[in-house]
Design a protein around this ligand. Sequence first.
Ligand SMILES: N[C@@H](CCC[C@H](N)C(=O)O)C(=O)O
Length: 301
Amino acid sequence: MAIDVEFAKMNGLGNAIIVADMRGRADRFTAEAARALHHDPATAFDQIMAIHDAEADGTDAFVRIYNNDGSEAGACGNGMRCVVQALAAETGKAVFTLQTIAGLLNAQEHEDGSISVDMGRPRLRWDQIPLEEEFADTTGIELQIGPIDAPVLHTPSVVNMGNPHAVFWVQNDVWSHDLARFGPLLENHPIFPEKANITVARVIDPEHIVMRTWERGVGLTQACGSAACATLVSAARKELTGRAATVTVPGGDLHIEWRADDHVIMTGPAEWEFAGRLDPATGQWQRTIEGDNDNAGAETA
Ligand SMILES: N[C@@H](CCC[C@H](N)C(=O)O)C(=O)O
């Protein structure tokens, strides 16, 4: 059994992340291996961030992102902060340029340990989200869940931050909405040909938003960085907030700024839990460095 890839179990505000070192190899994670790793309670994760060799000049690495159902994603804000913390610890550098299937990202670890990721420009046209049919105004599209005359959730803002997002605005407690029930229906709604990450958000004041997300390919999570960016952009477009705000997710706070140059900057923490080695073909793994979590790894031959 080839257990030969180093990984670190990390989290970004509780968004469970596995950072795997695939540099120097030609293979990739299989969807089956990702699912197997997720089904082990000790390594259950929201995303795998697989660090591959750089493919473009001036970049530090190519990062492939896998959801825990084995699907591949174009963006993961919390996971990217974990990647930056891991690369900064390895290299002593603070500034990185990383490539994903959605494009290039610049990122920086600050002296206080927080990490900023330039999540790029939001894409706002209906066919960039993408949506199945044309909508001129993506700050609120005609989509609702619940009775026609009294919808529970309706008229979401839609944004692509490297991945598709729909943000439903509510006036009351975001926890009073049954996202576990509505999330999967909305994620798979035919209006979203590539599915979507589904957020319920409440604007507390022009500098503070509270939100929860049902993630595409994952389910309910403690944090979704790209959704926090999509939510701030949508709130600013609707003039509910300014272009910078604290965004509170179940796992804690992110600072999001939509700069005048159209780039969205996400700042927040990343946390290391434990390390091990794994097989990207099967998802079998061994712990090599203890963390706080004392579950044993899978038996290996
Ligand atoms: N946890 C993420 C988002 C991960 C990808 C998402 N589930 C998708 O499929 O688009 C984040 O922090 O941004």
